[in-house]
Design a protein around this ligand. Structure first.
Ligand SMILES: Nc1ncnc2c1ncn2[C@@H]1O[C@H](COP(=O)(O)OP(=O)(O)O)[C@@H](O)[C@H]1O
Ligand SMILES: [Mg+2]
Length: 111
């Protein structure tokens, strides 16, 4: 099992959700977040670096079984990419456990 976290442009959310559903990825958590990436301008004021402005982004959390990781990644990349700075990132982590609270079922069957 993997936990996929994707940071995307907020105006790409609906397109990405639709594309994931088309790909039969129907389980998702969405957070509205703010951040900055590597290439944001770091301004210098009186010799000190000033933190760059935060940009609104959307964070997607998708827990899935290993065989779905490529389809999730590729769907997000194809749908969220503009080719411009700020398109975001995808992080993939091993997921140790998943438990369905309703009935206590655990493991990949509970995803
Ligand atoms: N290493 C990171 N850790 C956490 N969040 C990140 C990281 N890199 C990018 N982000 C998030 O992704 C958003 C878009 O980053 P982006 O400009 O596409 O990345 P970069 O400038 O590093 O190429 C940022 O505003 C931030 O919220
Ligand atoms: Mg950037």
């Amino acid at each position: 099992m993997k936990l996929i976290t994707a940071i995307i442009r907020d105006n790409k959310l609906e397109d990405v959700r639709e594309a994931l559903i088309q790909a039969e990825i129907t389980r998702i958590t969405v957070n509205r977040v703010a951040g900055h990436g590597a290439a944001e301008d770091i301004e210098i004021y009186r010799g000190r670096q000033i933190a760059p402005a935060l940009t609104s982004k959307v964070e997607l959390k998708i827990a899935c079984n290993d065989e779905f990781v490529d389809i999730v990644k590729n769907t997000i990349i194809e749908t969220a990419r503009t080719g411009e700075q700020g398109d975001g990132k995808i992080f993939v982590q091993n997921l140790e456990e998943c438990i369905r609270i309703k009935n206590g079922e655990s493991g990949s069957g509970a995803i």
